[in-house]
Design a protein around this ligand. Structure first.
Ligand code: SAM
Length: 248
């Protein structure tokens, strides 16, 4: 898929096809970090921190960072693990994974395994994680795929294990929604362009977010999968987070 064609391709193809999503992030990997940071005014970092705070991480745990991207959460996770435990990071994009492997330098003493896999078809074992984390990792799944994501999270968590998921969201407040969506649709692509990225790719993030809305559907799917779930609105609903546990 060539860079110029991603957005127009998206208008005719299934934007939830894992190969489409993979191509999008492969292409965005060079500019994703800086564009995300600048265009969110640093909020992405604050929200990642909140996502990690919502998980009861402790030294010795096995933690799965799903849709890990470039390993943006690794350092935050390790601040809780204190170099003791294991981090398993998974992402479908091989280019994001190769960028993530550079994060190993940030956490040299932590045991990290990086899996370049589609989470919808993953190799993770049943009942194997003390905690599952994912920041900004669920908006690119269709509603049907979210059912699989919820079932997989329930499957891989150990009994008594916990999870924390966070995603950028469309605020419910009518006054906030239009400026926020304008910002997602126009300002973020412009920022991407300033940093030499393809603005069409960043425009796609707005498309996914508009369709995703917020974590409420994901909450009920996780509950249907047997998990106990709590929803948190962050910064007037511009992001939503889900945290909870699997029963013992
Ligand atoms: C918006 S990025 C988030 C990255 C990172 N967690 C962060 O905090 O910025 C979403 C990531 O999810 C990955 N992803 C999307 N669909 C996936 C799938 N089916 N399986 C595994 N990873 C997937 C993408 O490749 C991308 O790196």
């Amino acid at each position: 898929m060539d860079g110029a064609g991603v957005y127009s391709f998206a208008m005719t193809e299934d934007i939830y096809d894992p190969n489409f999503v993979k191509g999008l992030f492969n292409e965005m990997s060079k500019t994703y970090g800086i564009t995300n940071y600048i265009s969110s005014f640093g909020f992405c970092e604050r929200w990642r921190r909140q996502c990690i705070e919502l998980a009861p991480l402790a030294p010795g745990m096995i933690v799965y960072d799903l849709m890990t991207g470039m390993g943006e959460c690794w350092n935050l996770i390790n601040q809780k693990l204190k170099n003791e435990g294991k981090l398993v990071a998974l992402d479908i994009s091989e280019v994001m994974c190769s960028q993530a492997s550079r994060q190993r330098e940030q956490v040299p003493a932590l045991d990290v395994s990086l899996l370049n896999e589609d989470f919808l078809n993953n190799s993770l074992s049943d009942n194997s994680a003390h905690c599952v984390i994912s920041s900004f990792g669920i908006k690119t799944f269709s509603d049907d795929q979210k059912v699989v994501v919820a079932e997989q999270i329930a499957r891989i968590l150990k009994p008594g294990g916990s999870f924390s998921l966070l995603e950028i969201s469309v605020p419910k407040q009518p006054l906030l929604r239009p400026p926020y969506m304008t910002y997602l649709k126009y300002c973020i692509p412009l920022t991407g362009k300033l940093f030499m990225g393809n603005p069409d790719n960043y425009r796609m993030l707005g498309v996914y977010t508009e369709r995703f809305k917020d974590c409420r559907l994901m909450k009920s799917l996780l509950e249907q999968a047997g998990l106990r779930v709590e929803l948190k609105d962050l910064f007037f609903g511009c992001a939503t987070a889900l945290c909870g546990t699997k029963s013992k």
